[in-house]
Design a binder for this molecule. Sequence first.
Ligand SMILES: C[S@@+](CC[C@H](N)C(=O)[O-])C[C@H]1O[C@@H](n2cnc3c(N)ncnc32)[C@H](O)[C@@H]1O
Length: 222
Amino acid sequence: MKEMHHDHARADVDAFDFWENRYRTGRGDDGRMWSGRVNATVAAQVTGLTPGSALELGCGEGADALWLAGHGWKVTAVDLSTAALEVAALHATREGLADRVTWQRADLTTWHPTQEYDLVTSAFLHSPFEFPREAILRRAVAAVAPGGRLLVVGHAASPPGSGHEHDPDAPPLPTPAEVLASLDLGEDWIVESNTTVQRDAARGGHDVTLLDAVVRVRRPMH
Ligand SMILES: C[S@@+](CC[C@H](N)C(=O)[O-])C[C@H]1O[C@@H](n2cnc3c(N)ncnc32)[C@H](O)[C@@H]1O
């Protein structure tokens, strides 16, 4: 994934306009803002799981959703940005995966899943706006089918070059333990990952090491 430019969002710009503008103006020569490749941490976490139904929250241009679809999952992928979902749908068609992914434009601050999934996933669901991430993730917990999993991958440290790494006013990034605690899980849930993982990436022509917070939990069968 390419990194976002973290100029602070202005209070008078709403979240939809912000993300829409970012996706429309941030496109590279390939028509995408992000790399189009699955996030390595997401792929590592999902590899080996038995495919089923999956819900992705904040799918952006759909690289992770398309990887899931290509690995046998039947995916519903939600994002706020029309521009991002247009790119996602285009690539789904190009890759012959259009019938395996449903792209849904919705504002997660108010959206409630209406069914349960074998895998609910969110990657880098960060926003420079006031964003009820914890409430969204608790709704995600409720959407996990018995025996299914929730995977939450996020930044554990501000990415080098993001402009936030030395910014004392930058919003704090939750540790994996804080993410886990915020999910408010029942005692019978199984914690399969609660860790930080290093990931090598290229940023602006430099090799950097990113730190991902990874939480993966499994709902019991009964
Ligand atoms: C940092 S990007 C991550 C995108 C993608 N998951 C990835 O890893 O490349 C955050 C995503 O969350 C989406 N988003 C932000 N606020 C949202 C909201 N209220 N409802 C739905 N999606 C939202 C943005 O449009 C953006 O695609």
